[in-house]
Design a binder for this molecule. Structure first.
Ligand code: TRP
Length: 338
């Protein structure tokens, strides 16, 4: 049975990133940075979720290019494509097939409660499509196809993961232990990096350029964006996300990038001006992103290599996904395959 983890088998981690828009420092701190650390202790599966991306309108050429770029970014941030499975969601048909089945085990009321759906529906009022509504079901399928034990998600995805667990438990309740119930893996600091201009909102690649640091921004751009980050007027460097969201955000960024604990940073910077805080933050960010950017440039110049990895990994992912999918199809009573 799937939930019995054999001693030699490592727990499975699954995560997905949408190939839409630019990846930000928030994505790096909340997700990518953790990925490479995890790959020795877990079997890691990193999916480029192009099927999720089309829940909002995409330019086809851009979407295709971004999938490749994302593969390069995954590898550049330290993932070893031989150890971890990096592949495109649309190359593995099981995602769509399992999503359909899970749609039939998910209630409208559950999906109606999803805050991301409500946000996106408000933002894309001209295109509130059914895919946007059932987005969390596809995400549940992603996770459950691979008998995932842990999902490293930002806090904004926690609600989706809870839905995934509920649906899996519901299915298991009817048919026996088919799915492993996944647990969230949320980094303590840095799981929520805020916008540089509106520090009470999450840093998001879909907001204007000056609100985020992009993963591939050059040092001058990084310095300029951080220098312009919104702070407050009391001039004191102190960690207080509620009353001082801007300053606290910069401290969180530095701490997440390994500059020390928040307390030690506050002690170190006490009495200094925001100018110093921003210079220090920019230094940290530039130093953290530099190795990734160098590696990325090398990889993206070799499309053949990247395509080879995606093709190879899609085969493995299809094989693993089909093991779960066949079991599920049998349980629900789909016709026997000859
Ligand atoms: N919904 C996630 C996001 O927007 C991306 C995603 C899709 C995902 N499928 C996943 C994350 C499975 C974790 C596991 O960030």
């Amino acid at each position: 049975m799937s939930e019995i983890v054999k001693p030699e088998k490592k727990p499975i981690i699954f995560s997905g990133i949408q190939p839409s828009g630019t990846l930000t420092l928030g994505n790096y701190i909340g997700a990518l940075k953790n990925f490479s650390v995890l790959q020795d202790d877990y079997d890691c599966i990193y999916c480029i979720v192009d099927m999720h991306a089309i829940t909002v309108r995409q330019n086809p050429a851009d979407l295709r290019r971004r999938c490749m770029e994302l593969a390069a970014i995954y590898i550049a941030s330290g993932l070893d494509p031989k150890k971890s499975l990096i592949y495109c969601q649309s190359h593995v048909t099981g995602h769509a097939e399992l999503a359909w089945i899970l749609n039939c085990f998910t209630y409208m009321g559950e999906l109606n409660r999803m805050t991301q759906y409500k946000d996106k529906a408000a933002k894309h009022a001209d295109n509130i499509n059914a895919g946007l509504f059932t987005y969390p079901v596809l995400m549940a399928a992603d996770i459950l196809l691979f008998q995932t034990n842990m999902v490293p998600v930002g806090v904004d995805q926690k609600q989706h993961l809870e839905l995934c667990r509920d649906v899996a438990q519901r299915f298991n309740g009817v048919y026996g232990d088919v799915f492993t119930i996944p647990e969230p893996y949320i980094a303590k600091v840095g799981s929520k990096i805020m916008s540089l201009q509106e520090p009470t909102r999450k840093m998001s690649k879909s907001d204007p350029e000056d609100t985020f640091v992009a993963l591939l921004d050059d040092p001058d751009t990084i310095r300029r964006k951080i220098k312009r980050a919104v702070t407050d007027s009391d001039g004191e460097i102190r960690f207080d996300p509620e009353n001082k969201p801007g300053v606290s955000n910069l401290l969180s960024i530095m701490s997440a990038l390994g500059a020390g604990s928040i307390d030690s940073l506050v002690a170190e910077l006490a009495g200094q001006g925001y100018g110093t805080l921003k210079t220090r933050t920019a230094d940290c960010v530039i130093a953290a992103l530099e190795p990734l950017q160098t590696e990325y440039k090398k990889l993206i110049a070799d499309k053949g290599y990247l395509q080879g990895i995606l093709d190879e990994n899609a085969k493995t992912a299809n094989y693993l996904a089909n093991k779960t999918l066949r079991k599920v199809q049998k349980k629900v009573g789909f016709a026997t395959r000859g």
